[in-house]
Structures are given as C-alpha cells and as structure tokens.
Design a protein around this ligand. Structure first.
Ligand SMILES: O=C(O)CCC(=O)C(=O)O
Ligand SMILES: [Fe+2]
Length: 284
C-alpha cells in the first residue's frame, strides 16, 4: 500500500498499522541497545505513566538505530501530509521507550493532543507512531485504539466506543492522530512488553520532550542536517525558535560567533508583503 493509502486510512479511522516497515535487524539492534537502559531505569509513577511501567526518553542518544525510525521516509511523508498544511515544518515531539511489566493495569484512554491547551477539532497537532519491540498481543498489553474517536466528529461523539487491539509484530508501525483516543492495554502475561513511541507535532507547538536539553548542540552536531532540523535546530518561519535572531543550527558549526546579526526568517508570503511595504516607504 502507498503512503497516500495509509494517510487516507489514518485520517478516516484515526489510526493505521503498517506491517513490516523496518527490517528485523533494526528492531533487534535497537532492543539490544535499550536492554541495559530498561534494566537501570526505575518504574514510573502516576496513574497516567503507570506504576508497573518503565519509561525513558531522548532515544536518539540511546541507540544509533533510532534515527532510522525517526527518519523513516513513509512515516515522514504521512506526518508531513497531515501536519504540513498547518505549519511551516513539523518537529520531533517525542522519542520515548515504554516497557509495560506483568500486572500493569490498562492505561486511561486518552488523546495525546490534550497536552496542549489550544482549540481542538480544526486541525491535527500530532502524529504518533508506536514501534513494538516485542510482539504486541491482547494479553501483553498491546496498544488499544478507538476507531473514529478523532477529529471534530470524533471529539463531538458521546464516549469513545470499543477499542481495537493493535496486535502486530515488531517492525510494524502503529500510527495514530493526536486526537485519536487510545491507551496501553493491561499486561496479563508474565513477561514485559516493550515499545518505543516516536511522535511528530506542528512545529509551532512546545514539544512534549524538551528537545534542546535532550539533544544539546554537542549531541545534535552528530545528527544529519535533516535530523537536527527535526530535533529543534531550525527556525519555524516567521522567526520562531531563533537563537540570537538566527537559525539555531549556527550552534552546530565549528565556531559560534559571540555577536551575530539578527536576520529575518520569513515565509515567502510574508517576505513579499514586507518588501511591498518597504517599497512604499521609499516612495513616500
Ligand atoms: O504504550 C502504549 O501502548 C501507549 C502509551 C501511551 O499512549 C502514552 O503513554 O501516551
Ligand atoms: Fe498516549
């Protein structure tokens, strides 16, 4: 199936599950890199994060395999198709690992876009992708997704209906919208269930994960320019997220000048409007 078909399904039902999107070796390598970090991470706290769950973030620093998931071309195309029209560029919102232990209860069904206070329904804020590291089954707490709970119509509905259990194999991508109700299932097996969640949001929103503290310049210097841009080292026109009036990517160069000129970063329509106004001033 094509990117267009998956995008249409995601917009229609609020989710889609794309099978076999990345090679087994990527998932195996990633899972191996995360093993010692899961082991060292304490259980999370709170009824949302869960008391029998482990979570840790800034995954681009934890495993070299994460970049391939973050930059997966079909996922980026889907995220850009849905979020692109409502922003100048999309950003990485989260890259978090989740391990749900035996005995963990079903997570509160929620919409991830509720982290932001803006009005909902007119546009999507977020696309999330859950990448299972273990086979996802009903018994081990596979993510539960509520079809048609998304968008203006879904938000207007009374209740969220019955969930679909996202049973699938590692290598698959469980994609859902910021407005789609969902939650992790209860783990009724005797083994933990692992996944990573990688999300993308409108570039003008405050990202869930603090990108610049998670990936300071000395870390982002090792990223490709595309990955660095997704991880916060770019301006969102006009001028949002600047560093001293310039693109924050100046911090990724070999030398960072002490004093720099502030330089407009406008969208083409804004640059045109400003140029017309400047012309008018000259003539007056
Ligand atoms: O782990 C899962 O299946 C979903 C987790 C989730 O939705 C969240 O933590 O926001
Ligand atoms: Fe969630």
């Amino acid at each position: 199936m094509s990117v267009e078909t998956w995008t249409a399904e995601l917009l229609e039902r609020g989710y889609c599950i794309i099978p076999r999107l990345v090679p087994d070796a990527t998932i195996a390598g990633l899972a191996g890199d995360l093993d010692p970090i899961f082991a060292a991470t304490p259980l999370s706290q709170g009824h949302f994060y869960g008391f029998k769950t482990k979570r840790f973030g800034r995954l681009l620093r934890r495993s070299s395999h994460v970049a391939a998931l973050v930059m997966q071309p079909d996922i980026l195309a889907i995220a850009n198709a849905i979020l692109g029209p409502a922003c100048d560029r999309i950003q990485l919102n989260v890259a978090q690992a989740i391990e749900i232990h035996p005995g963990e209860v079903r997570q509160f069904p929620h919409r991830d876009h509720d982290m932001w206070a803006g009005d909902k329904g007119a546009r999507e804020y977020l696309i999330n992708v859950i990448w299972p590291l273990d086979p996802f089954t009903q018994a081990n707490g596979a993510t539960q997704l509520y079809p048609y709970s998304h968008g203006a119509a879904g938000l207007a509905r009374q209740g969220v209906g019955e969930p679909v259990v996202a049973e699938c194999e590692p290598g698959s991508a469980i994609c859902f919208l910021g407005s789609t109700a969902h939650g992790a299932g209860a783990n009724r097996t005797d083994r933990p269930r692992r996944a990573v969640v990688i999300g993308y949001s409108l570039g003008w929103l405050k990202p869930y994960e603090n990108l610049w503290l998670s990936y300071p310049p000395e870390v982002a210097r090792g990223f490709s320019s595309e990955l660095a841009a997704l991880a916060g080292y770019v301006q969102h026109r006009p001028n949002l997220g600047n560093y001293e009036g310039q693109c924050p990517s100046i911090l990724l160069g070999d030398t960072v000048p002490d004093h720099v000129a502030a330089v407009d970063a406008m969208r083409p329509d804004q640059a045109e409007m400003l140029a017309e106004f400047a012309d008018l001033q000259k003539r007056e």
